[in-house]
Design a protein around this ligand. Structure first.
Ligand SMILES: [Zn+2]
Ligand SMILES: [Zn+2]
Length: 356
C-alpha cells in the first residue's frame, strides 16, 4: 500500500514536494521551494530522509529543485534522478545526480530491485519530463509541470498499455483558465503587425513559453529577434536536445538565428533582470512592453511609462487540458497540484466533454 504525504505544492503555487512511502521505503517527487521572499521550504523531516531511497526531479525551476540543498544538509545521500538537460540547467553541482538521455525513452530504467521508471517529455521547458514509476507492485504517474500545446516542445504521455495508476499527480497550474496557446501566438503576431513603428520588449521567463513566442513571431512577422545574454543559455539547450522538439519545428529555430536585422526589433529579456529591463526601457523609449504571464509591472517603474499589453500564454494545463489528462490517465487516486484553485478533494468530469 502506498502512503502519500504532501510536503508542499497542493493548494498552493510553489514548493512542489510529494513523499510516497511503500514497505518502509520512500521516494520523493520534486523538491522545490516557494517563490516568495522567505523561500518557504517543503515540510521535510529527518523521518522522511531516513526512508528515502530516490528523488525524481521533473525540471530545473526553483519551485521543483530549490530545496535539494536542504535534502543534502539533512543527510540524504541517495540518487537524485533527472534528465541530462535538466541537470545542465541547475546552478550548483549535486554529486548524487543521476541523469538519463533521450535514447532511454519508452524503456524501463531500474533504480534498484523494487523501483523502476519510464519518462517522457512534458512540454513545459526544454528537458522537462513526466515519470511513470513502478514502486514494488504499485504504479505512480507524475506529470511534472505540463504544457499540452507548446508550439515547439513535445508533450507525450505513457504508452497506453492498460495501466491503472495507484496514484497520479497532475499539474493543475492554470485550472481556472481556458486558453489555446496557438490562438495567443496568432493574436500576438497580429498585435505586432498592427504597430509597425514600435519595437517590443518581452520580459521573459526561463521556460518553453519564451522560445515558443520568439520562434512564432520570427516566423510570422518581419521583425528581427534580439535575445538578451541571460536568456541565451535557454536557446543553447534547444540546440543540444532536438529530440525534445517537434521535428517539423527544428528548422524554425535555425531561422530564428539567421533573421535579417529590422528597424524595430522584438527584444526578449529575462524578467528577473530588473536592471536590464529598466535599461531597455530607456534605450527604446517608444517600445511596447508585452507581458505573457502573471503580470510583473510593479517591479519595473521605468517600464510603467511605456504602453504595455498582456497576452497570457499557458505554462501549465488549463481546465480543458485537465479534463483530457484526467480521462487519459486512469488512476485510482488523482492529486492535482500547483494551484490555489485545486486541492486534495478536487475532481474533474470523467464523461466525454469537449472544448467548445
Ligand atoms: Zn516550472
Ligand atoms: Zn512549477
Amino acid at each position: 500500500m502506498l502512503s502519500v504525504e504532501i510536503l508542499g505544492g497542493v493548494g498552493e503555487y510553489g514548493r512542489n514536494c510529494f513523499y510516497i512511502e511503500n514497505q518502509r521505503q520512500a521516494i520523493l517527487l520534486d523538491c522545490g521551494i516557494m517563490k516568495n521572499t522567505q523561500k518557504t521550504p517543503p515540510n521535510i523531516t529527518f523521518n522522511h530522509i531516513e526512508k528515502l531511497v530516490a528523488v525524481f526531479i521533473s525540471h530545473s525551476h526553483i519551485d521543483h529543485v530549490g530545496a535539494l540543498p536542504i535534502l543534502q544538509n539533512m543527510g540524504y545521500t541517495g540518487p537524485i534522478l533527472m534528465s541530462h538537460t535538466t541537470a545542465q540547467q541547475l546552478p550548483l553541482l549535486i554529486p548524487q545526480v543521476r541523469t538519463f538521455y533521450p535514447d532511454t525513452i519508452g524503456k524501463w530504467i531500474e533504480v534498484n530491485e523494487y523501483l523502476a521508471f519510464q519518462w517522457g517529455y512534458s512540454g513545459h521547458l526544454i528537458g522537462s519530463v513526466w515519470y511513470k514509476i513502478r514502486f514494488f507492485d504499485e504504479m505512480i504517474f507524475f506529470s511534472g509541470d505540463y504544457v499540452v500545446d507548446s508550439y515547439l516542445l513535445k508533450a507525450t504521455l505513457p504508452e497506453e498499455d492498460g495501466t491503472v495508476y495507484d496514484v497520479a499527480f497532475i499539474d493543475s497550474g492554470h485550472a481556472e483558465k481556458c486558453i489555446r496557446n496557438l490562438e495567443v501566438l496568432q493574436q500576438m503576431a497580429m498585435y505586432v503587425k498592427a504597430h509597425p513603428n514600435h519595437s517590443f520588449i518581452f520580459p521573459s521567463s526561463f521556460s518553453g513559453k519564451t522560445v515558443d513566442i520568439m520562434t512564432y513571431l520570427s516566423e510570422h512577422t518581419t521583425r528581427a529577434i534580439r535575445v538578451d545574454a541571460k536568456l541565451q543559455p535557454l536557446l543553447a539547450h534547444y540546440d543540444e536536445e532536438h529530440e525534445n522538439i517537434w521535428p517539423n519545428k527544428v528548422m524554425l529555430l535555425e531561422r530564428l538565428k539567421q533573421k535579417q536585422d529590422s528597424h524595430h526589433v522584438l527584444y526578449f529579456v529575462s524578467e528577473q533582470d530588473v536592471a536590464q529591463v529598466e535599461e531597455l526601457a530607456m534605450d527604446y523609449p517608444t517600445a511596447i512592453f508585452v507581458h505573457t504571464g502573471y503580470s510583473r509591472h510593479a517591479s519595473n517603474p521605468a517600464s510603467l511609462k511605456h504602453i504595455s499589453e498582456e497576452f497570457f500564454y499557458k505554462t501549465h494545463p488549463d481546465y480543458w487540458d485537465l479534463v483530457e489528462l484526467s480521462q487519459r490517465l486512469r488512476a485510482r487516486q488523482t492529486i492535482y497540484f500547483h494551484s490555489t484553485h485545486t486541492n486534495l478533494t478536487t475532481t474533474f468530469p470523467k464523461e466525454e466533454l469537449k472544448r467548445d
